[in-house]
Design a protein around this ligand. Structure first.
Ligand code: TXA
Ligand code: MG
Length: 322
């Protein structure tokens, strides 16, 4: 097992060389760190599934350095996607399209659709420009755990596999991309993420539905339990009442904003003192990781206001607590 200092690099050439040799490299994006591999190498893709202990049924997102590359990986590009890409790329929006023949079904877990985005991080864009292939990159953590938002999180989750970690600092958005598909020409959000439903509707000029993952398996990564800390995690609407259920327990609380109850708590974090949902989103995983490391009996969390990316925060809190 290698040390943190041996794995964390800033040298793009070293990262490119490793990827060209079918090794995995953790890469920074504006959302979370990704565990990247050559999207055109089945051998490299296999390593992702093994390393993450990811179910073979859960497809990967392809990362490109610009919109012009899209025809290489997708067969048809609907007008809505041109519009969305012009507005949000590079950025945290993933679109699901009919895959091209260049994309292996190893990437798509057997589906004929492929998920694609252009990440907004200078280092990773420069890396992608230097490569002759796109990168597939799921979040750089063991399957079902909390996604990493800094190199240390990646190291903590994957150190036994010793992937190189390209250091791009702390992820500015802090939760995964929003995923949208166009089945039967109806724009449908498969995963809420760092772009809100409202922001997408404003660009498309039409309302967008949320996929019901209880009945659909379009995005197999959206099963109920996901993004979970190791510590039992409970999100609730009435924190005061919930706290009463755990006398003599070592409790941690994740407050959305300033709260008088914090005075009684030994272990807590506040997502945003000013109640700003964007700031809360950027802090969410970092603070979940921090509380998870305190060996607590239980972590209780308050929900965010259900507007804008507040809905995405609540999606993650609810999944973590199921
Ligand atoms: O922000 C992000 O999207 C990050 C960074 C690294 O780019 N990546 C990420 O990847 O979150 P991952 O593998 O943790 O989540 C990918 C999600 C899964 O829920 C998967 O089921 C869904 O994308 N997905 C991938 N291909 C799909 C497809 N063809 N149709 C529907 N959903 C798909
Ligand atoms: Mg993930």
């Amino acid at each position: 097992m290698k040390k943190y200092s041996e794995l964390v690099i800033t040298d793009l050439k070293a990262a490119a060389k490793a990827l060209s040799n079918d090794a995995l490299v953790a890469i920074p994006t504006e959302t979370v760190y990704g565990l990247a591999a050559n999207a055109f190498s089945e051998n490299a893709i296999d390593k992702i599934y093994q390393t993450k202990n990811r179910p073979q049924t859960n497809p990967l997102i392809v990362h490109l350095h610009n919109f012009e590359q899209l025809p290489k990986v997708a067969k048809t590009i609907p007008k809505e996607v041109e519009l969305l890409a012009a507005h949000f790329w590079p950025g945290p929006l993933t679109v699901v399209l009919e895959k091209s023949d260049a994309i292996s079904t190893k990437v798509t877990a057997g589906k004929n659709t492929v998920a694609v985005r252009v990440p907004n991080h200078e280092l990773t864009l420069a890396l992608l420009r230097s490569l002759a292939f796109p990168l597939v990159a799921p979040s750089a953590n063991k399957s079902n755990h909390i996604s990493p938002t800094c190199p240390q999180h990646v190291f903590n989750s994957l150190k036994e596999y010793s992937p190189l970690i390209l250091d791009g600092g702390i992820c500015s958005k802090g939760i995964e991309s929003t995923i949208i598909g166009f089945e039967n020409h109806k724009p449908t959000i498969y995963r809420l993420g760092s772009i809100s439903k409202e922001a997408i509707e404003a660009v498309l000029g039409t309302s967008v539905q949320l996929a019901n993952h209880e009945v659909s398996s379009i995005a197999p990564g959206m099963q109920k339990k996901h993004y979970a800390p190791r510590t039992p995690f409970i999100s609730c609407t009435n924190l005061q009442e919930e706290l009463k259920k755990y006398p003599n327990k070592k409790i941690g609380v994740l407050f959305f904003t300033e709260n008088p109850l914090a005075k009684q708590m030994l272990h807590y974090r506040i997502l945003s003192s000013s109640g700003c949902v964007e700031e809360a989103m950027a802090n969410l995983y970092k603070m979940m990781h921090e509380l998870d490391e305190l060996e607590l009996d239980v972590i209780l969390s308050e929900l965010a206001p259900e507007k804008g990316v507040g809905a995405s925060i609540n999606d993650r809190l609810t999944r973590a607590s199921s």
